[in-house]
Design a protein around this ligand. Structure first.
Ligand code: PLP
Length: 452
């Protein structure tokens, strides 16, 4: 399977049906040109012409154990043969075992698991739980964040995709979380940025009225918006603020969880325990859709004698849960979490910093584990982004050229605005990383041509 057989005619047929009938997410339908993918294995996928790509995106940052892991594929097949589906109100072995394995790994007393079909609905339910638990209406979330594409989740999201539905954003208030590289007129050090961000958050709460705020939701490390690792003390400070005002602290670990940062959960990097924690993606590497909310003892108690008003037909689907059980066991047996942490610290981080020294287009390198971002700039002194915020078409030419070069050299790059993220599978090998870094080096030379 690692040697793709070219079959351009089959590829053309797949592409033609896609263009005729598939309506793609986040896209202007006539301005896109989706690649027809013939297969995938481990850290690679290939097209119908036989061109192979090293997947530096892990899909949408979710194939934490790569594609087609044989143990997870086998577990899905076994579950399908045994009990393909069963409604959520029943106790099913795959479901209870998945919940047990997840609860065993979540921090603190987040020991009850509400299953969803993905990340956005996990966020929807976390927010509903927080509102019912506190009896308060508002939710605070960060600019420069991503929480999903459904109604509540997109309103919480701090990126331009929310703008189209802002009119329905009742009860959502955005605040300015730490991002030292782009807060430099207010803070010069991580300590100052931490203090700036905490003071700003507390002021926001005072101005909104503490008794009206149900929850603060944060990605432990914002992912899609730029992998801004928060300064030491920030999340602990938010935890303190939440405790002071009786606000529910929600950490969204949909992208950062399940090994991405070299810990089972990014919260473990900071020693912080939220009241609710959302997860999805890496829980089963996306082999079958699954997400969920891990719930603290105190919030679970709210719904001990009072029904929780919410659920989904496919909550905790047996195929998805069997995939989660197998994935978590593979991650534990094969040291996947440790691999992400170790190779991040010894290979990927140092290599990206070295690239930054040689390429004038790299303004900042930041990240941890298998979770890194390069902030690309026109000019390192002014930090002017390589392309303007939310650029499209000609305005986005520099990032388009960078992306085309990366693909030409054999990596599939994650690109968002003026950034490229390096987010390979957590079980990537050192040799694969080095192969991808060489391709990235060549692609950055193309980005350099747009600096001044
Ligand atoms: N929350 C975070 C932090 C995410 O990164 C994402 C997806 O990228 C979501 C929520 C939404 O998850 P899904 O696309 O599975 O609905």
């Amino acid at each position: 399977a690692m040697t793709p057989q070219p079959d351009p005619r089959a590829g053309a047929a797949v592409k033609a049906a896609d263009r005729a009938h598939v309506f793609h997410s986040w896209s202007a339908q006539e301005l896109i040109d989706p690649l027809a993918v013939a297969g995938a294995q481990g850290s690679y996928f290939w097209d119908y012409d036989g061109k192979r790509y090293l997947d530096f995106t892990s899909g949408l940052v979710y194939t934490n154990i790569g594609y087609q892991h044989p143990k997870v594929v086998a577990a899905i097949q076994e579950q399908a043969a045994h009990l393909t589906t069963f409604a959520p109100a029943f106790a099913i072995e795959a479901r209870s075992e998945a919940a047990r394995l997840i609860a065993e790994r979540t921090p603190g007393d987040l020991d009850k698991i509400f299953f969803t079909n993905g990340g956005a609905d996990a966020v929807e339910h976390a927010v509903r739980m927080a509102r019912l638990h506190t009896g308060r209406p508002k939710v605070l979330s960060a600019y420069r964040s991503y929480h999903g594409g459904t109604q509540q989740a997109i309103n919480l999201t701090g990126d331009p995709r929310r703008w189209a539905s802002d009119g329905a954003a009742a009860g959502v208030v955005h605040f300015w979380a730490p991002y030292l590289y782009r807060s430099r007129f207010y803070a010069e050090t991580e300590e100052q940025e931490c203090a700036r961000a905490l003071e700003h958050l507390e002021t926001t709460i005072a101005l909104e009225g503490p008794a009206t705020v149900a929850a603060i939701i944060l990605e432990t490390i914002p992912g899609t918006a730029g992998i801004m690792v928060p300064p030491p003390g920030y999340l602990a400070g938010v935890r303190e603020i939440c405790d002071r005002y009786g606000i529910v602290f929600i950490l969204d670990e949909v992208m950062a969880g399940f090994g991405r940062t070299g810990e089972w959960f990014a919260a473990d990097l900071f020693g912080v325990v939220p009241d609710l924690m959302t997860f999805a993606k890496g829980v089963n590497s996306g082999y079958v859709p699954l997400g969920g909310v891990a719930i603290s003892g105190a919030i679970a108690k709210t719904f001990a004698k009072r029904a929780y008003p919410g659920g989904l037909t496919y909550s905790g689907h047996p195929l998805a849960c069997a995939a989660a059980v197998a994935t978590i066991n593979v991650m534990a047996q094969e040291g996947v979490v440790e691999n992400a942490g170790h190779l991040g610290e010894t290979v990927l981080g140092p290599a990206l910093r070295e690239l930054a020294e040689r390429h004038p287009s790299v303004g900042e390198v930041r990240g941890v584990g298998m979770f890194w971002a390069l902030d690309l700039v026109k000019n390192r002194e002014t930090r002017e982004p390589l392309v303007p915020y939310n650029a499209t078409g000609e305005a986005n030419a520099a990032m388009a050229a960078f992306g085309a070069a990366a693909k030409k050299h054999g990596i599939w790059p994650f690109i968002n605005m003026n950034r490229t993220h390096v987010v390979p599978p957590c079980n990537v090998s050192e040799a694969e990383l080095k192969e991808g870094l060489a391709a990235l080096d060549s692609a950055l030379s193309v980005a350099d041509e747009y600096t001044r």
